[in-house]
Design a protein around this ligand. Structure first.
Ligand code: GDP
Ligand code: IMO
Ligand code: MG
Length: 427
């Protein structure tokens, strides 16, 4: 595979630019050998990043996908939220598989802690929303970020100072809110036990000021890969609000979530699938409710890595992609899962949205009620998954790539044709 070397002293970002699950984990794992540091800057265990190599499969939630390259430093940055019990389970699984984490996984003291009661609040708020529920992952993400913003949260660094008192006070506050909501049908006793065990487990890791650490390394000319979580359409500011997650998943989030200045950002890789998926509720103009949608789900194995829920499927959405390229400053695109489109006579691309006879190519404020306007594209019958170089691609697939590049005005430099590390083609 041809390799583009990162620039010394730069942070490159690899961001999901649609609704998440684009294949970020796979590509971060492929990219890691070129970088000194891999860092997560947003989200928490709502993420599920799948990595497949040598016949083994791992799904990472909070731990960066650079962890399989045993020489590299991995960082969970201040913009992340972390659940100690889930972190412990995830880390132990990796340790059982032979990966030593303690010396090369550092966690920001400024990252916020997800309490068991945050997860109960997540359920309670969802229940209160009724038919307007977001369809969250139930991991307590929203309540934890809300508490960060309202300046009442607990941070990783609090583990190192009068923690029991702080924990008890915050838990009591949550219990009061739950009583006020009349949401009393929960029992966190076992969960809390594991959570407190997770707190002790976390103490064995380097809990530190990762912003200073990263900036020191950058000044020494080291290279950092910022691993996105979720995707631009789930960004709290730029996504399909209120059907979004609760952090900034976009390039700006790299700066705030790691403590690096914008002047340090180098390449911005925008990753998307050759078609679209969305898990959870909210507008999705390209959604297919027919046999084609089922076929994409079936062939693409579109079932959530975290919750196992069916992912909603549709054709690629150029309105969403153009908006995401703009707000992130994407310099290169990575197209994943092209192999899933093998065997379609015709594939389609959404080139505009339409409502009440009006068309737009700009992302509307309210994506509710818009339908997709499509362009038909000739499909291909060949099996892309066995191909190892661009020269082998069928003409129809080349035409699809050229069409997307022209529409998006951004080069697609990497193509993924299967879930394995090896099935990655650099152009
Ligand atoms: P992430 O959250 O962005 O890291 O993506 P997920 O891991 O949630 O979902 C991507 C899914 O697609 C995983 O099951 C991957 O193993 C799989 N995958 C990644 N790239 C490809 C590809 O090019 N082709 C196929 N068929 N599957 C892929
Ligand atoms: P990765 O990193 C896909 C979705 C949830 C829900 C909404 C809010 O694997 O791409 P939350 O639990 O964050 O409050 O849920 O966001 N969501 C994701 N969808 N991939 C993800 O992460 C997601 N993380 C959250 O389904 O609609
Ligand atoms: Mg995922």
């Amino acid at each position: 595979m041809k390799q583009q070397q990162p620039q010394p002293g730069r942070v490159d970002a690899l961001l999901g630019i649609v609704f998440g699950d684009e294949g970020k984990g796979k590509v971060v794992d492929v990219f890691t050998p070129r970088y000194d540091v891999v860092a997560r800057f947003a989200g928490g265990p709502n993420a599920g990043h799948t990595i497949i190599f040598d016949g083994k499969k791992f799904v990472l939630r909070s731990i960066p996908s650079g962890i399989f390259d045993t020489g590299k430093l991995n960082i969970i940055g201040n913009g992340c939220v972390i659940a100690p019990d889930l972190f412990m389970a995830e880390a132990r699984e990796l340790e059982a598989a032979g990966y030593d984490l303690r010396s090369r996984l550092h966690i920001s003291t400024r990252a916020h802690l997800i309490l068991p009661t945050h997860r109960v609040l997540d359920r309670a708020y969802e229940a209160a929303k009724g038919k307007n529920a977001v369809g969250t992952t139930g991991k307590g993400i929203g309540p934890t970020y809300a508490e960060k913003a309202s300046r009442t949260g607990l941070r990783v660094g609090d583990i190192l100072r009068d923690f029991p008192e702080r924990y008890a006070a915050l838990k009591a506050r949550h219990e009061q809110i739950l009583r006020d909501l009349h949401f009393t049908d929960y029992d966190i006793a076992d969960e809390e036990q594991r959570w407190l065990e997770g707190i002790e487990y976390m103490r064995q890791f380097t809990l530190t000021d990762t912003a200073t650490e990263i900036n020191t390394l950058l000044r020494q000319g080291k290279t950092v890969l910022a691993e996105g979580a979720q995707g631009t359409m789930l960004d709290i500011d730029h996504g399909t609000y209120p059907f979004v997650s609760s952090s900034n998943t976009t390039t700006g989030g790299v700066c705030t979530g790691l403590g690096v200045p914008p002047t340090r950002i180098g390449e911005v890789y925008g990753i998307f699938k050759a078609y679209s998926t969305r898990v959870g509720a909210g507008p999705f103009p390209v959604e297919l409710f027919d046999a084609t949608g089922d076929r994409l789900r079936e062939i693409g194995h579109e079932y959530g890595a975290v919750t196992g829920r069916n992912r909603r499927c549709g054709w690629v959405d150029l309105v969403a992609l153009r908006y995401a390229i703009m707000v992130n400053g994407v310099t290169q695109l990575i197209m994943m899962k092209s192999d899933v489109l093998d065997g379609f006579d015709t594939i389609r691309a959404c080139v505009a949205y339409e409502k009440d006879g009006v068309q737009t190519t700009d992302m509307p404020f309210d994506t509710e009620g818009w339908t997709a306007v499509y362009r038909d594209i000739k499909g291909w019958q060949e099996d892309l998954s066995t191909m190892t170089s661009e020269e082998q691609f069928p003409q129809a697939f080349r035409d699809y790539i050229a069409f997307l590049e022209a529409e998006l005005q951004t080069p697609i430099t990497i193509l993924s044709v299967g879930p394995d590390r090896q099935q990655t083609i650099v152009r």
